[in-house]
Design a protein. Structure first.
Length: 431
Protein backbone atom coordinates (compact mmCIF):
# COMPACT_ATOMS: atom_id res chain seq x y z
CA UNK A 1 0.00 0.00 0.00
CA UNK A 2 1.20 3.50 -0.86
CA UNK A 3 1.67 5.85 2.11
CA UNK A 4 1.11 9.35 0.79
CA UNK A 5 -0.31 12.85 1.51
CA UNK A 6 -3.62 14.57 0.83
CA UNK A 7 -1.98 16.87 -1.72
CA UNK A 8 -0.91 13.80 -3.75
CA UNK A 9 -4.18 11.84 -3.75
CA UNK A 10 -4.87 12.90 -7.34
CA UNK A 11 -1.78 11.03 -8.54
CA UNK A 12 -3.03 7.83 -6.91
CA UNK A 13 -6.59 7.55 -8.20
CA UNK A 14 -7.70 3.90 -8.30
CA UNK A 15 -5.08 2.85 -5.74
CA UNK A 16 -5.53 1.95 -2.11
CA UNK A 17 -3.50 4.48 -0.11
CA UNK A 18 -2.61 5.26 3.48
CA UNK A 19 -2.76 8.77 5.03
CA UNK A 20 -1.58 9.92 8.48
CA UNK A 21 -3.16 12.93 10.16
CA UNK A 22 -6.05 14.21 12.25
CA UNK A 23 -9.82 13.92 12.36
CA UNK A 24 -10.89 17.43 11.48
CA UNK A 25 -14.62 16.69 11.60
CA UNK A 26 -17.06 13.86 11.00
CA UNK A 27 -20.69 12.92 10.70
CA UNK A 28 -22.44 9.61 10.58
CA UNK A 29 -25.68 8.49 9.00
CA UNK A 30 -26.33 4.98 10.24
CA UNK A 31 -24.34 2.84 7.88
CA UNK A 32 -22.10 5.53 6.35
CA UNK A 33 -19.43 7.52 8.17
CA UNK A 34 -18.00 10.70 6.62
CA UNK A 35 -14.60 11.68 8.01
CA UNK A 36 -13.09 15.09 7.23
CA UNK A 37 -9.40 14.41 7.46
CA UNK A 38 -6.40 16.75 7.37
CA UNK A 39 -2.70 15.95 7.27
CA UNK A 40 -1.01 19.34 6.97
CA UNK A 41 -0.93 19.24 3.19
CA UNK A 42 -4.69 19.52 2.71
CA UNK A 43 -8.13 18.31 3.73
CA UNK A 44 -10.00 15.38 2.23
CA UNK A 45 -13.07 13.27 2.92
CA UNK A 46 -13.02 9.57 3.67
CA UNK A 47 -16.32 7.79 3.17
CA UNK A 48 -16.68 4.61 5.21
CA UNK A 49 -19.52 2.16 4.77
CA UNK A 50 -20.20 -0.21 7.62
CA UNK A 51 -20.29 -3.15 5.23
CA UNK A 52 -16.68 -2.54 4.09
CA UNK A 53 -15.19 -2.50 7.61
CA UNK A 54 -14.61 -5.03 10.34
CA UNK A 55 -16.82 -4.59 13.38
CA UNK A 56 -13.79 -3.47 15.37
CA UNK A 57 -12.98 -0.71 12.85
CA UNK A 58 -16.59 0.46 12.66
CA UNK A 59 -16.69 0.69 16.45
CA UNK A 60 -13.43 2.63 16.47
CA UNK A 61 -15.06 5.19 14.16
CA UNK A 62 -18.07 5.46 16.47
CA UNK A 63 -15.75 6.36 19.37
CA UNK A 64 -13.83 8.96 17.37
CA UNK A 65 -13.50 12.53 18.66
CA UNK A 66 -12.57 15.71 16.85
CA UNK A 67 -8.78 16.29 16.53
CA UNK A 68 -7.86 12.69 17.31
CA UNK A 69 -4.79 11.57 15.39
CA UNK A 70 -5.55 8.77 12.94
CA UNK A 71 -4.07 6.61 10.21
CA UNK A 72 -6.59 5.92 7.47
CA UNK A 73 -6.61 3.71 4.39
CA UNK A 74 -8.90 3.84 1.41
CA UNK A 75 -9.24 3.79 -2.35
CA UNK A 76 -8.63 7.16 -3.99
CA UNK A 77 -11.25 8.50 -6.39
CA UNK A 78 -12.56 11.81 -7.73
CA UNK A 79 -15.10 13.40 -5.37
CA UNK A 80 -18.75 13.97 -6.27
CA UNK A 81 -18.29 17.63 -7.09
CA UNK A 82 -15.59 16.64 -9.56
CA UNK A 83 -13.29 19.34 -8.19
CA UNK A 84 -11.18 17.21 -5.86
CA UNK A 85 -10.67 13.70 -4.56
CA UNK A 86 -11.87 11.53 -1.74
CA UNK A 87 -11.29 8.05 -0.37
CA UNK A 88 -13.53 5.02 -0.14
CA UNK A 89 -12.45 4.04 3.34
CA UNK A 90 -11.02 0.56 3.90
CA UNK A 91 -9.46 0.97 7.34
CA UNK A 92 -8.80 3.28 10.28
CA UNK A 93 -6.42 3.23 13.25
CA UNK A 94 -6.74 5.75 16.06
CA UNK A 95 -3.22 6.80 17.07
CA UNK A 96 -4.36 8.99 19.97
CA UNK A 97 -7.96 9.58 20.92
CA UNK A 98 -8.45 13.29 21.65
CA UNK A 99 -10.05 14.44 24.89
CA UNK A 100 -13.75 15.15 24.59
CA UNK A 101 -13.65 18.87 25.10
CA UNK A 102 -11.70 20.26 22.14
CA UNK A 103 -11.93 23.96 23.01
CA UNK A 104 -12.28 25.40 19.52
CA UNK A 105 -15.71 24.64 18.18
CA UNK A 106 -17.97 25.65 15.40
CA UNK A 107 -19.28 28.70 17.24
CA UNK A 108 -17.70 32.14 17.02
CA UNK A 109 -14.87 32.78 19.46
CA UNK A 110 -13.42 36.16 20.40
CA UNK A 111 -9.83 37.00 19.39
CA UNK A 112 -8.52 36.86 22.98
CA UNK A 113 -9.82 33.36 23.47
CA UNK A 114 -8.43 32.23 20.13
CA UNK A 115 -5.01 33.69 20.92
CA UNK A 116 -5.04 31.97 24.32
CA UNK A 117 -5.67 28.79 22.31
CA UNK A 118 -3.09 29.68 19.67
CA UNK A 119 -1.36 26.29 20.07
CA UNK A 120 -4.61 24.63 18.88
CA UNK A 121 -5.99 27.48 16.75
CA UNK A 122 -3.00 27.01 14.40
CA UNK A 123 -4.83 23.90 13.16
CA UNK A 124 -7.80 25.90 11.86
CA UNK A 125 -8.08 26.35 8.08
CA UNK A 126 -7.59 30.12 8.02
CA UNK A 127 -4.58 29.99 10.32
CA UNK A 128 -3.14 27.12 8.32
CA UNK A 129 -3.60 29.11 5.09
CA UNK A 130 -1.92 32.23 6.50
CA UNK A 131 1.20 30.32 7.57
CA UNK A 132 1.41 28.68 4.16
CA UNK A 133 1.41 32.12 2.52
CA UNK A 134 4.09 33.19 5.01
CA UNK A 135 6.18 30.20 3.96
CA UNK A 136 5.94 31.27 0.31
CA UNK A 137 6.93 34.87 1.12
CA UNK A 138 10.03 33.58 2.95
CA UNK A 139 11.04 31.22 0.16
CA UNK A 140 10.39 33.80 -2.58
CA UNK A 141 12.71 36.17 -0.73
CA UNK A 142 15.52 33.65 -0.44
CA UNK A 143 15.06 32.57 -4.08
CA UNK A 144 15.10 36.15 -5.36
CA UNK A 145 18.30 37.07 -3.53
CA UNK A 146 20.06 33.85 -4.45
CA UNK A 147 19.23 34.38 -8.13
CA UNK A 148 20.58 37.95 -7.88
CA UNK A 149 23.85 36.77 -6.32
CA UNK A 150 23.30 38.13 -2.80
CA UNK A 151 25.02 36.38 0.11
CA UNK A 152 22.94 35.53 3.19
CA UNK A 153 24.61 36.97 6.27
CA UNK A 154 23.36 36.34 9.80
CA UNK A 155 23.45 39.43 11.98
CA UNK A 156 23.51 39.16 15.78
CA UNK A 157 20.46 39.45 18.01
CA UNK A 158 22.29 40.56 21.17
CA UNK A 159 23.77 43.97 20.46
CA UNK A 160 25.57 46.69 22.39
CA UNK A 161 23.77 49.60 20.70
CA UNK A 162 20.51 50.72 19.09
CA UNK A 163 19.90 50.69 15.35
CA UNK A 164 16.53 52.45 15.11
CA UNK A 165 16.32 54.86 18.03
CA UNK A 166 16.60 54.19 21.72
CA UNK A 167 12.97 54.49 22.82
CA UNK A 168 11.90 51.04 21.63
CA UNK A 169 14.80 48.94 22.92
CA UNK A 170 14.49 45.76 24.96
CA UNK A 171 17.44 45.81 27.32
CA UNK A 172 19.01 43.32 29.66
CA UNK A 173 22.02 42.98 31.93
CA UNK A 174 24.89 41.31 30.12
CA UNK A 175 27.16 39.66 32.69
CA UNK A 176 29.63 42.26 33.99
CA UNK A 177 29.64 44.18 30.70
CA UNK A 178 26.70 46.46 31.31
CA UNK A 179 23.61 46.49 29.13
CA UNK A 180 22.81 44.45 26.05
CA UNK A 181 19.90 45.13 23.71
CA UNK A 182 17.81 42.89 21.50
CA UNK A 183 18.39 43.79 17.86
CA UNK A 184 15.90 46.12 16.16
CA UNK A 185 17.42 45.46 12.72
CA UNK A 186 20.58 43.82 11.42
CA UNK A 187 21.29 46.73 9.11
CA UNK A 188 24.44 48.13 10.74
CA UNK A 189 26.09 44.71 10.64
CA UNK A 190 25.11 44.24 7.01
CA UNK A 191 26.86 47.51 6.24
CA UNK A 192 30.05 45.86 7.49
CA UNK A 193 29.31 42.75 5.44
CA UNK A 194 28.77 44.57 2.10
CA UNK A 195 32.37 45.73 2.21
CA UNK A 196 33.33 42.05 2.09
CA UNK A 197 30.54 40.48 -0.03
CA UNK A 198 29.10 43.28 -2.17
CA UNK A 199 25.40 42.40 -1.89
CA UNK A 200 23.98 40.77 1.23
CA UNK A 201 20.77 40.11 3.12
CA UNK A 202 19.79 38.82 6.53
CA UNK A 203 16.53 37.37 7.80
CA UNK A 204 15.67 36.92 11.42
CA UNK A 205 13.67 37.96 14.45
CA UNK A 206 13.98 41.55 15.64
CA UNK A 207 12.50 43.22 18.67
CA UNK A 208 10.81 46.52 19.39
CA UNK A 209 9.41 47.51 22.75
CA UNK A 210 6.47 49.15 20.99
CA UNK A 211 4.26 50.68 23.62
CA UNK A 212 1.32 51.03 21.28
CA UNK A 213 -1.46 48.57 20.60
CA UNK A 214 -2.02 48.72 16.86
CA UNK A 215 -3.00 46.36 14.09
CA UNK A 216 0.49 46.58 12.56
CA UNK A 217 2.92 46.36 15.47
CA UNK A 218 4.42 43.30 17.10
CA UNK A 219 7.14 43.40 19.75
CA UNK A 220 8.91 40.46 18.08
CA UNK A 221 8.77 40.23 14.30
CA UNK A 222 10.85 38.93 11.42
CA UNK A 223 12.81 41.37 9.34
CA UNK A 224 14.69 40.87 6.12
CA UNK A 225 17.41 43.50 5.68
CA UNK A 226 19.20 43.84 2.34
CA UNK A 227 22.30 45.95 1.74
CA UNK A 228 24.13 46.75 -1.51
CA UNK A 229 27.59 48.24 -2.04
CA UNK A 230 28.06 50.77 -4.87
CA UNK A 231 24.30 51.31 -4.89
CA UNK A 232 22.50 54.64 -4.69
CA UNK A 233 18.92 55.59 -3.82
CA UNK A 234 17.65 54.77 -7.34
CA UNK A 235 19.30 51.35 -7.37
CA UNK A 236 17.85 50.66 -3.93
CA UNK A 237 14.28 51.27 -5.10
CA UNK A 238 14.75 49.03 -8.12
CA UNK A 239 15.71 46.02 -5.96
CA UNK A 240 12.74 46.62 -3.64
CA UNK A 241 10.29 46.84 -6.53
CA UNK A 242 11.62 43.63 -8.10
CA UNK A 243 11.57 41.76 -4.81
CA UNK A 244 7.98 42.70 -4.01
CA UNK A 245 6.81 41.81 -7.54
CA UNK A 246 8.53 38.44 -7.16
CA UNK A 247 6.91 37.77 -3.79
CA UNK A 248 3.43 38.63 -5.10
CA UNK A 249 3.95 36.47 -8.21
CA UNK A 250 5.07 33.49 -6.12
CA UNK A 251 2.13 33.83 -3.72
CA UNK A 252 -0.26 33.95 -6.69
CA UNK A 253 1.47 30.91 -8.15
CA UNK A 254 1.60 28.71 -5.03
CA UNK A 255 -1.18 29.88 -2.73
CA UNK A 256 -4.39 30.28 -4.76
CA UNK A 257 -6.23 27.74 -2.60
CA UNK A 258 -4.98 29.36 0.61
CA UNK A 259 -6.07 32.79 -0.59
CA UNK A 260 -9.47 31.27 -1.39
CA UNK A 261 -9.79 29.99 2.20
CA UNK A 262 -8.96 33.52 3.35
CA UNK A 263 -11.47 34.99 0.88
CA UNK A 264 -8.70 37.25 -0.39
CA UNK A 265 -9.61 39.29 -3.48
CA UNK A 266 -6.73 38.12 -5.69
CA UNK A 267 -7.51 40.65 -8.43
CA UNK A 268 -5.95 43.23 -6.09
CA UNK A 269 -2.71 41.23 -5.97
CA UNK A 270 -2.75 40.61 -9.71
CA UNK A 271 -2.45 44.36 -10.22
CA UNK A 272 0.87 44.56 -8.36
CA UNK A 273 3.36 45.27 -11.12
CA UNK A 274 6.27 47.61 -11.74
CA UNK A 275 6.54 50.55 -11.87
CA UNK A 276 5.28 51.40 -8.39
CA UNK A 277 3.96 54.88 -7.58
CA UNK A 278 6.62 57.39 -6.50
CA UNK A 279 6.16 60.65 -4.65
CA UNK A 280 8.27 62.78 -2.35
CA UNK A 281 7.33 63.29 1.27
CA UNK A 282 6.47 66.89 0.36
CA UNK A 283 4.10 65.69 -2.37
CA UNK A 284 2.56 63.18 0.01
CA UNK A 285 1.97 65.90 2.60
CA UNK A 286 0.29 68.12 0.00
CA UNK A 287 -1.98 65.26 -1.09
CA UNK A 288 -2.81 64.37 2.51
CA UNK A 289 -3.74 67.96 3.28
CA UNK A 290 -6.18 67.88 0.38
CA UNK A 291 -7.63 64.76 2.01
CA UNK A 292 -8.10 66.62 5.28
CA UNK A 293 -5.02 65.50 7.26
CA UNK A 294 -3.39 68.00 9.64
CA UNK A 295 0.12 66.68 8.82
CA UNK A 296 2.88 69.32 8.74
CA UNK A 297 5.79 69.51 6.27
CA UNK A 298 8.31 68.16 8.79
CA UNK A 299 6.07 65.43 10.28
CA UNK A 300 6.35 61.70 9.86
CA UNK A 301 3.36 60.05 8.20
CA UNK A 302 0.94 58.63 10.76
CA UNK A 303 -0.84 55.32 10.31
CA UNK A 304 -4.03 57.11 9.23
CA UNK A 305 -2.07 59.14 6.68
CA UNK A 306 -0.60 55.97 5.18
CA UNK A 307 -4.06 54.40 5.02
CA UNK A 308 -5.54 57.41 3.23
CA UNK A 309 -2.66 57.64 0.76
CA UNK A 310 -2.54 53.96 -0.15
CA UNK A 311 -6.27 53.81 -0.79
CA UNK A 312 -5.69 56.17 -3.73
CA UNK A 313 -3.57 53.72 -5.77
CA UNK A 314 -3.67 50.08 -6.76
CA UNK A 315 0.11 49.66 -6.61
CA UNK A 316 2.57 50.18 -3.76
CA UNK A 317 3.85 53.73 -3.22
CA UNK A 318 7.44 54.80 -2.57
CA UNK A 319 7.33 57.91 -0.39
CA UNK A 320 10.81 59.42 -0.76
CA UNK A 321 12.92 62.07 0.92
CA UNK A 322 11.49 62.37 4.41
CA UNK A 323 12.53 65.22 6.70
CA UNK A 324 15.92 64.44 8.25
CA UNK A 325 14.52 65.10 11.74
CA UNK A 326 12.05 62.19 11.66
CA UNK A 327 14.49 59.56 10.38
CA UNK A 328 17.45 57.55 11.69
CA UNK A 329 21.01 58.91 12.07
CA UNK A 330 22.54 56.74 9.35
CA UNK A 331 20.48 58.03 6.41
CA UNK A 332 22.34 60.08 3.82
CA UNK A 333 21.06 63.59 3.45
CA UNK A 334 19.93 64.87 0.07
CA UNK A 335 22.95 66.78 -1.31
CA UNK A 336 20.53 69.40 -2.72
CA UNK A 337 18.60 69.77 0.54
CA UNK A 338 20.17 68.50 3.78
CA UNK A 339 16.88 68.95 5.65
CA UNK A 340 15.70 65.82 3.83
CA UNK A 341 17.19 62.33 3.47
CA UNK A 342 17.72 59.95 0.55
CA UNK A 343 15.26 57.40 1.86
CA UNK A 344 11.99 55.78 0.88
CA UNK A 345 9.26 53.95 2.73
CA UNK A 346 7.26 51.53 0.63
CA UNK A 347 3.55 51.65 1.43
CA UNK A 348 1.32 48.73 0.43
CA UNK A 349 -2.04 49.48 -1.19
CA UNK A 350 -5.58 48.94 0.16
CA UNK A 351 -4.68 50.83 3.34
CA UNK A 352 -2.00 48.38 4.50
CA UNK A 353 0.71 51.05 4.69
CA UNK A 354 4.44 50.74 5.38
CA UNK A 355 6.00 47.38 4.58
CA UNK A 356 9.58 48.53 3.79
CA UNK A 357 11.91 51.17 5.19
CA UNK A 358 15.14 51.88 3.35
CA UNK A 359 17.72 54.51 2.49
CA UNK A 360 21.06 55.38 1.02
CA UNK A 361 23.53 55.41 3.94
CA UNK A 362 25.79 58.23 5.07
CA UNK A 363 29.21 57.18 3.79
CA UNK A 364 31.33 60.14 4.94
CA UNK A 365 33.21 59.69 8.23
CA UNK A 366 32.95 63.23 9.59
CA UNK A 367 29.29 63.68 8.65
CA UNK A 368 28.35 60.35 10.20
CA UNK A 369 30.25 61.12 13.39
CA UNK A 370 28.40 64.40 13.67
CA UNK A 371 25.04 62.72 13.06
CA UNK A 372 25.75 60.14 15.81
CA UNK A 373 26.51 62.99 18.19
CA UNK A 374 23.39 64.92 17.17
CA UNK A 375 21.33 61.86 18.03
CA UNK A 376 23.03 61.61 21.46
CA UNK A 377 24.22 58.11 20.70
CA UNK A 378 27.31 56.74 22.54
CA UNK A 379 30.13 57.29 20.03
CA UNK A 380 32.37 54.59 21.59
CA UNK A 381 29.73 51.93 20.74
CA UNK A 382 29.71 53.10 17.10
CA UNK A 383 33.47 53.17 16.51
CA UNK A 384 33.32 49.90 14.63
CA UNK A 385 30.54 51.33 12.44
CA UNK A 386 32.54 54.50 11.85
CA UNK A 387 35.53 52.35 10.83
CA UNK A 388 33.52 51.28 7.77
CA UNK A 389 33.77 54.91 6.59
CA UNK A 390 37.51 54.98 7.29
CA UNK A 391 38.57 51.90 5.33
CA UNK A 392 37.28 51.85 1.76
CA UNK A 393 33.93 53.57 2.22
CA UNK A 394 31.59 53.36 -0.80
CA UNK A 395 28.13 54.67 -1.63
CA UNK A 396 25.79 52.01 -0.33
CA UNK A 397 22.09 51.56 0.26
CA UNK A 398 19.69 49.07 1.72
CA UNK A 399 16.27 48.39 3.11
CA UNK A 400 14.38 46.20 5.53
CA UNK A 401 10.97 44.59 5.20
CA UNK A 402 8.65 43.44 7.92
CA UNK A 403 7.64 39.87 7.05
CA UNK A 404 4.37 40.01 8.99
CA UNK A 405 3.39 43.30 7.34
CA UNK A 406 3.80 41.67 3.92
CA UNK A 407 1.93 38.52 4.93
CA UNK A 408 -0.90 40.66 6.32
CA UNK A 409 -1.20 42.44 3.01
CA UNK A 410 -0.95 39.25 0.91
CA UNK A 411 -3.63 37.54 3.01
CA UNK A 412 -5.79 40.65 3.29
CA UNK A 413 -6.20 40.29 7.05
CA UNK A 414 -7.04 42.92 9.58
CA UNK A 415 -4.60 42.34 12.42
CA UNK A 416 -0.89 41.52 12.22
CA UNK A 417 -1.07 39.11 15.18
CA UNK A 418 -2.48 36.33 12.97
CA UNK A 419 0.49 36.45 10.59
CA UNK A 420 3.07 35.01 13.00
CA UNK A 421 2.73 31.56 14.59
CA UNK A 422 3.07 32.80 18.18
CA UNK A 423 2.57 36.59 18.36
CA UNK A 424 4.30 38.76 20.94
CA UNK A 425 2.47 41.98 21.67
CA UNK A 426 2.59 44.55 24.42
CA UNK A 427 -0.18 42.58 26.16
CA UNK A 428 0.62 39.03 25.05
CA UNK A 429 3.53 36.67 25.73
CA UNK A 430 1.73 33.29 25.84
CA UNK A 431 1.45 30.62 24.65
O1 LIG B 1 11.37 51.06 8.97
P1 LIG B 1 12.21 50.24 9.89
O2 LIG B 1 12.26 50.66 11.31
O3 LIG B 1 13.65 50.18 9.24
C1 LIG B 1 14.75 49.58 9.77
O4 LIG B 1 14.78 48.95 10.80
C2 LIG B 1 15.97 49.67 8.88
N1 LIG B 1 17.16 49.47 9.71
C3 LIG B 1 15.85 48.64 7.80
C4 LIG B 1 17.01 48.69 6.85
O5 LIG B 1 17.21 49.71 6.19
N2 LIG B 1 17.77 47.62 6.73
O6 LIG B 1 11.69 48.73 9.86
C5 LIG B 1 11.64 48.03 8.64
C6 LIG B 1 10.28 47.39 8.46
C7 LIG B 1 9.12 48.37 8.43
O7 LIG B 1 8.97 48.94 7.16
C8 LIG B 1 7.96 47.48 8.80
O8 LIG B 1 7.54 46.74 7.68
C9 LIG B 1 8.59 46.52 9.78
O9 LIG B 1 9.98 46.54 9.57
N3 LIG B 1 8.30 46.88 11.17
C10 LIG B 1 7.47 46.22 11.98
N4 LIG B 1 6.69 45.14 11.76
C11 LIG B 1 5.95 44.68 12.80
N5 LIG B 1 5.95 45.23 14.02
C12 LIG B 1 6.71 46.31 14.29
N6 LIG B 1 6.73 46.82 15.52
C13 LIG B 1 7.51 46.86 13.24
N7 LIG B 1 8.38 47.88 13.15
C14 LIG B 1 8.84 47.88 11.88
MG1 LIG C 1 10.04 52.62 9.05
Amino acid sequence: MISTFVKDIGANVGQEIELKGWAYNFRSSGKIFFLQFRDGTGVTQIVYSKAALTEEQWNALQSLRIESSVIVTGKAKPDRAGTGFELDGTGVTIVSLAAEDYPIGKKEHGPDFLHDMRHLWLRSPTQWAIQRVRDTVIHATYDYFREKGFTKIDSPILTPNACEGTTELFEMDYFDMGKAYLSQSGQLYLEAAVMSFGNVFDFGPVFRAEKSKTRRHLTEFWMMDAEMAFCDHEGNLKVQEELICRIVADVLKHNRSDLAILERDVTKLEKIQAPFVRMTHAEAVAKLKELGSDIGPMDDLGADDETKLTELYERPIFVEKYPTVVKAFYMKRDPNDPTHVMNADMLAPEGYGEIIGGSQREDDYETLLQRIKEHNLPVEQFNWYLDLRKYGSVPHSGFGYGLERIVRWMCGIHHIRETIPFPRLINRLTP
